[in-house]
Write a protein that binds this ligand. Structure first.
Ligand code: FAD
Length: 391
């Protein structure tokens, strides 16, 4: 006989979306089970750059509208949680930088000055110079302008570890997920021989969501993948830098974040335009060579000779784009008991959980008494790419 478990909310997929939601639901008194078929955070979340965007990057391209407000509020939500007095107590999580920078090399600076003086961004950005510059840019040969954004960068491994701690007892390592029907209605999921009944089921499985939907015989919502070819560099010559370096196009030419490796050295993680489009078709060697040229152009003073390099191919998973979907909000679709979505950004995990709470509120789903959960086999923590890909 299958073991029968009952809970209020059953979540599948323990990346940032599932883990954040799970911790918030438990804090609000709901009983939950969170199923993961690989490692905690090991999908996109631990491969992200950890930037808690506030939307200024979008404002740059004239796209800061009313719809940007969900993302505009995210740095505050995270800051409160990191201080231990927000919706979750994330005080043990390491904050890597309390600011992210916009860096405009050379000629773009003139345009930017008027942009930054405009109403759309007033109060969100400050120009910085001299000793206020990020350490990696403090060099006599540095040219260009740098603006400080009130956005954070978090250490994703300590974030995932803390959320796992807040979810202890509810985390279930499970491979086979199938639908549990009763009288034609979906009432839960069968996970590796356990029948888990729930008032609501949330799929937050990132790139695995399309497959799960197919397994449950559900067609909507459609998902899309955006492939990236990221670059990592490690070495003693690197100093901390958290910046979007602007080019002429709609995306930053390169986005640099800096992460502490377990051996104490800094790792630069390079994304933005350099990781998209043509980059996806390059071999790792070609991609590393392209990154080396880009850094030599932008930071000619940087001694690249002792650096170790690696690349990482990873897809962003998102709802298929339509006129209705905006990139600066989390996405959630609901069909009866089943809620399906993607935060679309690490930063938007609070917004994703708001949308689930709003659906529970609307349907009057309240915590109910359940027998205590049995001891569940827990999934392991995932590892950051800078620990596994570099010497
Ligand atoms: C290179 C890169 C850089 C990024 N940088 C940033 C950034 O700086 N700031 C930002 O805000 N966003 C960033 N993002 C976006 C952000 O990482 C994602 O939007 C976010 O992590 C998605 O979280 P998630 O929980 O939906 O998915 P994931 O983290 O992918 O988690 C989904 C989980 O579901 C599990 N799963 C899949 N299928 C199943 C199944 N059948 N059963 C059980 N479990 C399953 C997976 O193993 C995984 O653990 C970046 C993304 C990438 C790829």
């Amino acid at each position: 006989m299958a073991e029968v478990v009952s809970t209020d909310v059953l979540i599948v997929g323990a990346g940032i979306a599932g883990l954040w939601l799970n911790a918030r639901l438990r804090r609000a008194g709901y009983s939950t089970v969170l199923v993961e078929n690989a490692t905690l955070g090991g999908g996109q979340s631990l491969k992200s750059q950890g930037i808690i965007h506030g939307g200024t990057k979008y404002a740059l391209h004239g796209a800061l509208t009313g719809a940007s407000e969900a993302i505009a509020d995210m740095p505050r939500r995270w800051r409160e949680a990191l201080a231990g007095d927000g919706e979750l107590d994330l005080s043990p999580v390491r904050l890597l930088s309390s600011a992210h920078y916009l860096w405009s090399p050379g000629t773009l600076a003139g345009n930017l000055t008027s942009f930054f003086a405009s109403k759309a961004v007033r109060g969100r950005v400050d120009a910085v110079k001299g000793e206020q510059l990020p350490p990696a840019l403090q060099h006599p040969k540095f040219k260009g302008k740098v603006y400080r954004l009130a956005e954070l960068v978090v250490d994703t491994p300590s974030l995932i570890a803390r959320l796992a701690e807040l979810g202890a007892g509810s985390l279930l390592r499970g491979d086979q997920v199938t639908a549990l029907h009763e009288g034609g209605d979906l009432v839960g999921l069968a996970v590796d021989g356990r029948n888990i009944r729930a008032q609501r089921i949330v799929l937050s499985a990132g790139g695995g969501t399309a497959h799960l939907l197919a397994a449950l015989g559900v067609k909507e919502p459609a998902m899309q993948r955006r492939p990236l070819h990221m670059v990592l560099a490690k070495g003693t010559a690197l100093k901390p830098l958290y910046a979007h370096c602007l080019g002429g196009g709609p995306k930053p030419r390169v986005t640099v974040t800096t992460h502490p490796a377990a051996d104490g050295q800094w790792v630069w993680y390079l994304g933005g335009d350099i990781a998209e489009g043509d980059a996806v078709g390059r071999t790792p060697e070609q991609q590393i060579a392209a990154a080396q040229r880009e850094l030599a152009d932008l930071m000619p003073w940087l001694d690249q000779s002792g650096l170790h390099w690696a690349t990482l191919r990873v897809d962003r998973a998102e709802p298929a784009q339509s006129g209705l979907v905006r990139p600066d909000n989390a996405f959630l679709a609901d069909q009866g008991r089943l809620l399906v979505g993607w935060p679309t950004k690490l930063a938007l995990a609070p917004d994703f959980s708001d949308r689930v709470f709003a659906a529970l509120e609307r349907d009057h789903i309240r915590p109910q008494p359940h027998p205590a959960l049995p001891a569940l086999p827990a999934p392991a923590l995932g590892q950051a790419p800078w620990e596994t890909l570099l010497p």
